[in-house]
Write a protein that binds this ligand. Sequence first.
Ligand SMILES: Cc1cc2nc3c(=O)[nH]c(=O)nc-3n(C[C@H](O)[C@H](O)[C@H](O)COP(=O)(O)O)c2cc1C
Length: 259
Amino acid sequence: MRKLLVIAVSIFTLVACTSKTETTEPKEENPTQISQEQNKPSQEAGCIKDSTGKGLKVLLINGSPRKNGNTYLALMEAAKQLEQNGIASELLQIGTEPAQGCIACNHCKKTGRCVFEDDLYNRAYNLMSECDAIIVGSPTYYGQPNGTLLCLIQRLCYSASNLMQNKPAAAVAVCRRGGATAVYQTLLMPFQMLNMPIVTSQYWNIVYGRDEGEAALDEEGLQTMRTMANNMAWMLKKIHNDTETPIREKEHKVTNFIK
Ligand SMILES: Cc1cc2nc3c(=O)[nH]c(=O)nc-3n(C[C@H](O)[C@H](O)[C@H](O)COP(=O)(O)O)c2cc1C
């Protein structure tokens, strides 16, 4: 009887508290020395729930074409720490396909979706609607974020601003030597005009490394990731304990100086 009870409780816990850091990409074999399995968070996540009973989840976007590179390592460090806090995450890989930028057609203002319904955009949009926060990471390319990532983020923010409002956001920049602060600031810019609380850390969210895997040696950088994740978990718990969202003025004023 006791044995039966233990089994029943275990099944219930498994169902009620699904352990997840899902990866929507990549599906192919991992060619690098750092395997995704090695870096997957090991403990249960998704136990912390919102007012509807849904487990809280953070969207992680790896803005590097190197799917298991240093940006991936930095994001996984944050994911593991989120999981320690009972919060799940899902990774979206920017990949290596050509990117579509925003063409300012304003189609999304009428439909709520970008006119280009490519796979990457659709996955990002759907994940943003189901996730409660976002962490975007990018390698530093000539002192700038990866252009592919910027194409996606700009289209996502323009079309899905309603899904992003009030959700905590953090940026992570990875570099060999310099330019990461510019990347960090650039990544934060759209979030700062979508009423998204910015999650900070003990330092700017920067991790150092050049070749794939080198970021694992940047102890301070990885600690910065863990602190950021703890801060994000703390903020999410605070927000979802109190289901009220901040009051916003109904009319969004637009002041264009050139008529
Ligand atoms: C096109 C290109 C430009 C780069 N520019 C910079 C740079 O301006 N500053 C820097 O410190 N590292 C630069 N790097 C190095 C990468 O930022 C570094 O290797 C980083 O770890 C890559 O992250 P990933 O492993 O996630 O792809 C550059 C790399 C590439 C491929």
